[in-house]
Design a protein around this ligand. Structure first.
Ligand code: ZN
Ligand code: ZN
Length: 451
């Protein structure tokens, strides 16, 4: 009995693999097409159209327009069981000068998200073969999420003020809207350019973060004729940034603190004292507690700059991402498939503590359900740099699709025994409702009136 069952699973997996291999050219072409048309978060209109069309062609017509550009398609198998989501991220980051950069927006696929979308479609195609439908229990969800890169904060805050967004990243907002309410576990594969790694890298964590949207408000005056009548908001911002730098010696190494930001508006006319300067900042750390502590120091530094110049200050402190918690049992199902498909030397397993310093909203999902965020070493160059490109599309798109599709087969075979075990033994740090509430509670507006 069990031999027949195992044999059956091998045959099912072979059919899934064949279907993905057979679509290799098509899904790589789709990834390359998206690469050529990069769109930053919450504006991925064209990308969303391309992905929705391909999902529909694969037999999983998605519900679209979730969190502006997000979508979700479902495939229901024969037996009853849980729902496993496969995720692809729709957005580009900004990297003017990158070979794919959009001339107007500066958006570029310098984080490899376009290849995730090829892998998403490949997984949908693989899990669409008749052999799968008749043997699996439960459902597979194919979800494309907007705006993983937490950028363009002023634009996103504007969308929120206009009532079009509640939370400012794609997965955060899709959780808030309930798009993940009927999802039991979720995975995606992100590209990596790490030269020292094998084909797939499983394990590790990521930093939590908060986002600061800061406006320094001064008073305009003729910069030549009457500078004494002005209040220089740019000087206030510069002092604040210097003050932040004085804090770095207090950062504890194990917290992996990162404090950084950009000035998105530094004045409007050279011959006028700058009356408004806008700074988008980020505080990252290993835990929310560590982030909150440094964020409070940084907020004091903004005040210090404003105080010295007699400027005013408006800070919106926006809850960013939670640390990534890869589910170990989920990881082991994925890892076994990587080893079977590509060999022992195709897999690197990282300790839970390995943290490169970045952040992802997959971290938020991982706090409310079993989640997996491995990497595929298929890129070269510096992440978010002008030289980050996919060096091996087959690996990024096809191998990732095969690994994820076969993982779903294992999870949902035998009446979804493996998936049920993982879901039952997973201990989420909060419920979905608690997550949404805590994101609302953590959002703070701070004002300081100088002068
Ligand atoms: Zn990125
Ligand atoms: Zn990324």
């Amino acid at each position: 009995m069990s031999t027949a069952r195992e044999l059956n699973r091998i045959e099912v997996k072979a059919a899934v693999r064949r279907a993905i291999e057979g679509s290799a050219d098509e899904i790589i072409r789709l990834a390359r097409d998206i690469y050529e048309h990069p769109e930053p978060g919450f504006t991925e209109e064209r990308t969303a159209k391309v992905v929705a069309k391909a999902l529909a062609k694969a037999g999983v017509t998605p519900e679209t327009g979730i969190a502006i550009t997000g979508m979700k398609g479902l495939r229901t198998f024969n037996g009853q069981g849980p729902t496993v989501a496969v995720i692809g991220e729709l957005d580009a980051v900004k990297a003017p000068g990158h070979p794919s950069a959009d001339m107007t927006t500066g958006a570029a696929h310098a984080c490899g998200h376009h290849s995730q979308l090829g892998a998403l479609i490949g997984t949908a195609i693989g899990l669409g073969v008749p052999e799968v439908a008749s043997t699996l229990s439960g459902r597979a969800a194919f979800i494309a999420t907007p705006a993983e890169e937490f950028i363009d904060v002023e634009m996103r805050w504007g969308l929120r003020e206009a009532g079009r967004l509640g939370l400012l990243s794609g997965k955060q907002e899709m959780i808030r809207l309930g798009a993940f309410d009927d999802i039991d576990m979720a995975m995606m594969v992100h590209t990596s350019s790490s030269k020292s790694q094998r084909r797939f890298i499983v394990g590790g964590t990521s930093n939590a973060h908060v986002v600061h949207y800061v406006r320094f408000l001064g008073k305009a005056a003729h910069a030549g004729g009457a500078p004494h009548q002005g209040v220089n908001a740019l000087q206030a911002a510069m002092l604040a940034l210097s003050a932040i730098n004085t804090q770095r010696e207090t950062f504890e190494a194990e917290n992996q603190t990162r404090v950084h930001g950009i000035i998105t508006r530094g004045g409007v006319a050279t011959n006028a004292v700058p009356a408004e300067v806008v700074y988008e900042g980020r505080v990252r750390g290993r835990t929310m507690t560590a982030v909150d502590k440094i964020a409070a120091q940084v907020e004091d530094c903004y005040r210090a700059g404003a105080l010295a110049m007699g400027a005013s200050l408006e800070i919106v402190s926006i809850p960013g991402y939670l640390p990534l918690d890869n589910n170990k049992d989920f990881a082991s199902v994925f890892s076994k498939n990587v080893v079977t498909e590509f060999g022992e030397d195709a897999l690197t397993t990282q300790a839970d503590t390995v943290n490169a310093g970045g952040s992802t909203d997959m971290g938020d999902l991982s706090q409310i359900m079993p989640a997996l965020h491995p990497y595929v070493a298929a890129a070269e160059g510096t992440g978010h740099g002008i030289d980050y490109v996919i060096a091996d599309y087959r690996r990024a798109v096809v191998d990732s699709a095969i690994s994820m599709a076969l993982t779903v087969v294992d999870l949902l075979s035998d009446n979804a025994a493996e998936a049920r075990m993982i879901i039952d033994s997973n201990k989420p740090s909060m419920t979905r409702a608690e997550y949404v509430q805590s994101q609302a509670d953590r959002l703070r507006k701070i004002e300081y009136r100088g002068g």
